[in-house]
Every structure is written in C-alpha cells, then in structure tokens.
Design a protein around this ligand. Structure first.
Ligand code: DAO
Ligand code: DAO
Length: 203
C-alpha cells in the first residue's frame, strides 16, 4: 500500500514513507566502472529522513533561508550529516552477480576514503568492525534490499531483506556513509541536489 517513486533507468520502486516517519528525499543510481571498460549499475538507492528531526535540529539556524537558497550550501549539508537526525539509505541491488567479497572490497575503497577524509589516519579498526558484519554466507542476489539506518545517537544499523545484520555506534562512520550519497563527490549528482532540496523544505 501507499505511494511509490520509481527510479527510471532500473525500474526500482521506493516507498515514499519508510517506517511511518521517514520521508523519501531523493533517489539515484550507484554505478561502478569495471576495469575502465564499462559502467555497471550496481544498485538503486533512496535516501530517507525524519522531517521532524531536521526541523528540531536545524530550523533555528537555517529556518529563515528558502530551500533553493540552502541547496548546495556546504555548511547545511555538513550539519545534515553531523546532527542527530534519523536517516535511512535504502539500497536495492540491480547487478546480478554481486559477491560478498566484492561488496567488502568496494566498501573498503568508498567508505574507507571518507573515513580517512573526516577522521584522519587511524580508522582501520572501525572499517574492519563494519565489514566484519558481512559474513561470507550472506547472499545478495538482484532485488535484495539493504537498509543502512542512522538511528538516534549516531547508531548505524544494517539490515538485509528485513533481517538485522548488526549495528555500530559511530558518528564518524554515519557521516562517512551519508557523504557517499549527498556529500562533495556523491555517487549521483542529481540525487544529491534532490536530497538537499527536499531536506531543506522540511525546515
Ligand atoms: O564483478 O567486479 C565485479 C563488479 C563488482 C562491483 C561491486 C560493487 C559493489 C558496491 C557495493 C554494493 C553494496 C550492495
Ligand atoms: O556503494 O560503495 C558503496 C557503499 C556501499 C554500502 C553498502 C553496504 C551494504 C553492505 C551489505 C552487506 C551485505 C552482506
């Protein structure tokens, strides 16, 4: 039931509301270049946030600005990533031959570089704690739905097809993952713009 938004290229559909309180702010596509030869569509994603959390934490600081004035405002983006605002990245796998090994190594590159950017040198342990949640026996066929949720208190909770995989409390890890979707070099630029505009409209 309820309203959905469909990612056009892959036909992946995303519910407009998640867990009764989080609203869909933008959708996009994560691609990966393989050996410099071709781009594969790895997964479609939707970014959700609790509008009341955005209001509570950021309306005093930004409430006087319009959504279009706030779009692309680096400080606003940074505050969205650092404040205690509940958010979820919902991924739906499009690529049919994803192995846990390739997920783990892609993750070490993408999230690892963000941990380094925000946290400095010594984040191997944190990254390992995260990737060690992904056991070899998990299967992630095409169509699998993965949720990466930032819960209250900067707890990152991961689930696959509704089954909880684990959770880790780390502000740095949460920020590093959100940065992949609406930070400075996002996977999908159009998605980032949409996400920022919608989040700003909740102030
Ligand atoms: O087969 O070499 C290949 C392509 C693998 C691409 C792996 C990208 C993984 C990105 C993370 C996916 C998370 C669900
Ligand atoms: O696209 O590089 C990226 C970041 C991917 C984050 C997805 C992590 C999902 C992990 C699921 C593990 C399944 C066992």
């Amino acid at each position: 039931s309820g309203v959905c938004v469909v990612e056009a290229k892959t036909g992946t559909s995303f519910p407009s509301i998640l867990d009764s309180s989080q609203k869909l702010c933008g959708i996009g596509l994560r691609k990966k270049n393989v050996l410099g030869l071709k781009n594969i569509d790895v997964y479609a994603f939707g970014v959700y946030a609790t509008d009341e959390d955005i209001k509570r934490h950021l309306s005093e600081k930004y409430g006087k600005l319009s959504a279009s004035e706030l779009q692309g405002n680096k400080e606003f983006t940074e505050d969205l990533m650092e404040s205690d605002i509940s958010m979820t990245i919902r991924l739906q796998v499009v690529y049919g031959r994803l192995s846990i090994r390739s997920v783990r190594s892609a993750f070490e590159v993408s999230v690892g570089s963000k941990l380094q950017k925000f946290g400095g040198s010594d984040n191997k342990e944190l990254l390992q704690r995260f990737t060690s949640q992904f056991k070899d026996e998990f299967k992630i066929p095409r169509g699998s739905v993965i949720h990466l949720s930032r819960d209250k208190g900067h707890v990152l909770r991961t689930s696959i097809d509704g089954q909880e995989v684990g959770s880790i409390q780390s502000k740095l890890l949460c920020k590093s993952i959100l940065d992949l979707y609406f930070g400075e070099e996002p996977f999908d630029n159009q998605a980032k713009e949409e996400i920022e505009l919608n989040m700003a409209s909740y102030l």
